[in-house]
Design a protein around this ligand. Structure first.
Ligand code: FAD
Ligand code: NAI
Length: 464
């Protein structure tokens, strides 16, 4: 140890990095975390998960109050109006509390926060704002940033990325979203609820790539009913901005006649790319793969012993909880323990209304591997959803036809994000659909739809 400043140096204080740093310190390792932002928490806490969920929650409340949807419950609200500045202020407060919370946790766990941009000067040494720091182990957790699109300049005013879309100073009249993925639909939902017309331009023939096909179809139906205009199989060829207006040129993905869309806001959300620029990876002896990611082994170690990588900068889904679990596991390996992340069981949630949540294989993926049995149960037949007058969606369980082992669970429904934890845990324990079917679920809850879907795998649901 005497030869190094730290046992562990983490680069990046997002959910991957800050968790790795805290866990390393809990293992008794002398730890520092470098972060170039003014606040800790990375993309997730500053400009990702947290502010987006704050606006999703607030916009849902606004829509409920404003649209008259509560009248049928005997709640008449007249004159509900939007104070967007207050909404942004409440969002900022949540972000400040949570990023401040990480600072507190760093102090509590004796993690040194080194402020500045890190760049490798050798395998075990980095430069942080002109200061050399050495460490026996280095964890790269530099995350990701918005992927650019040729012909579309993000000016931060009319054409924005997700960060800009979280801070629009006024509700646009017409927001064109480029990309029908998670960001486009979540942030599109925010502005749709607040009164914007929202058009989503998606290159593929369906929104939400990677999700189960039935869920994608159902989601598109519901979003369209909510007022989204979904232009699938369509590509954006350019955006021209004049004053406060943008003209978005689109054409069929397969080629064809160009059409233009006039908008006063454009959100570019076609994916994210790993952050490795400026890290001088070559000085550490590392080369990113063709997708710009840093490849790692089962222990999150790169090709250079003692250098680890986790989170968005590595292959796999770009999700905060994946980054966190990898951060813990990498720290455990460094401490000589076995870190565990089961990459087959990482849930994903889209926080629109209804929510969409999934874990494991889609039907198509499962069928590629063998015969399957499928159980589906609609919320229309779930007593709690019916009582709440909120019956969109279903639970779908895919099980191996021979062993009955659960291979994937897909939920579209208002509480899908919370319900998916049960499915993930069941899969982690190697559950069969029968195990879920014979588990007593409280009544009346949305979770009973999970039990019924499990019973439907063998063709014996009760309430449908
Ligand atoms: P990041 O959170 O990106 O953190 C990396 C940090 O490293 C950054 O703070 C960066 O400043 C710092 N850094 C980079 N390079 C250097 C350097 N050279 N020196 C010093 N510091 C450096 N995921 C979910 O699971 N749920 C959600 O609801 C969700 N919502 C999202 C909403 C939006 C709008 C966006 C954009 C993303 C969302 N995500 C969500 C994705 C989630 O934010 C990321 O998967 C997660 O933040 C990745 O964590 P990370 O630690 O790998 O990297
Ligand atoms: P995404 O990968 O989810 O969706 C991008 C969409 O853009 C895809 O549907 C893709 O087909 C489409 N696309 C690509 N090029 C296009 C083009 N030229 N024209 C039109 N469409 C095009 O990426 P997104 O939404 O930017 O999100 C980035 C990442 O952030 C995701 O990987 C996700 O994991 C993470 N995230 C997670 C959230 C969550 O967990 N709730 C919320 C927000 C982001």
């Amino acid at each position: 140890m005497a030869d190094y400043d730290y046992d562990v140096l983490v680069i990046g204080a997002g959910p991957g990095g800050y968790v790795a740093a805290i866990r390393s310190s809990q293992h008794g390792l002398k730890t520092a975390c470098v972060e170039s932002r003014e606040t800790l928490g990375g993309t997730c806490l500053n400009v990702g998960c947290i502010p987006s969920k704050a606006l999703l929650h607030a916009s849902e409340l606004y829509e409920e109050a404003h649209s008259g949807a509560l009248a049928k419950f005997g709640i008449d609200i007249k004159g509900a109006s939007l104070n967007l500045d207050a909404m942004h202020a409440e969002k900022a407060k949540a972000v400040k509390e949570l990023t401040g919370g990480i600072e507190f946790l760093f102090k509590k766990n004796k993690v040194d926060w080194l402020k500045g941009q890190a760049a490798f000067t050798g395998p075990y040494s980095v430069d942080v704002g002109g200061k050399a720091v050495t460490a026996k182990n280095i964890i790269i957790a530099t995350g990701s940033s918005v992927a650019p699109l040729k012909g579309v300049d993000v000016d931060g005013k009319v054409v924005v990325d997700s960060t800009g879309a979280l801070a629009l100073p006024a509700v646009p009249k017409h927001l064109v979203v480029i990309g029908g993925g998670v960001i486009g639909l979540e942030l599109g939902s925010v502005w749709l609820r607040l009164g914007a017309q929202v058009t989503v331009v998606e290159f593929l023939d369906q929104i939400l790539p990677g999700m189960d096909d039935e869920v994608r179809k159902e989601a598109a139906k519901i979003y369209t009913r909510q007022g989204f205009v979904l232009k699938c199989a369509t590509k954006v060829t350019g955006v021209a901005v004049k004053g406060k207006t943008a003209t978005v040129s689109v054409e069929p993905a397969a080629g064809g006649a160009t059409e233009t869309l006039a908008a006063d806001a454009v959100l570019l959300a076609i994916g994210r790319r790993p952050n490795t620029d400026g890290l001088a990876l070559d000085k550490a002896g590392l080369t990113p793969n063709a997708r710009g990611q840093i490849e790692v082994g089962h222990d999150f170690q790169t090709s250079v012993p003692g250098i680890y990588a986790i989170g968005d900068v590595t292959p796999g889904p770009m999700l905060a909880h994946k980054a966190e679990d990898e951060g813990m596991a990498a720290a455990d390996f460094i401490a000589g323990e076995v870190g565990i992340v089961n990459h087959d069981v990482i849930p994903g949630v889209v926080y629109t209304h209804p929510e969409i949540a999934s874990v494991g294989l889609t039907e198509a993926q499962a069928k590629e591997r063998g015969e399957v049995k499928i159980g589906k149960f609609p919320f229309l037949a779930n007593s709690r959803a019916k009582t709440n007058r909120d019956t969109d969606g279903f639970v779908k369980i895919i099980a191996d036809a021979k062993t009955d082992r659960v291979l994937g669970v897909h939920i579209i429904g208002s509480l899908a994000g919370t319900m998916i934890a049960q499915a993930a845990q069941a899969m982690e324990f190697g559950a069969c659909s029968e195990d879920i079917a014979y588990t007593c679920h409280a009544h009346p809850t949305h979770s009973e739809a999970m039990k019924e879907a499990a019973m439907a795998v063998t063709g014996k649901p009760i309430h449908i």
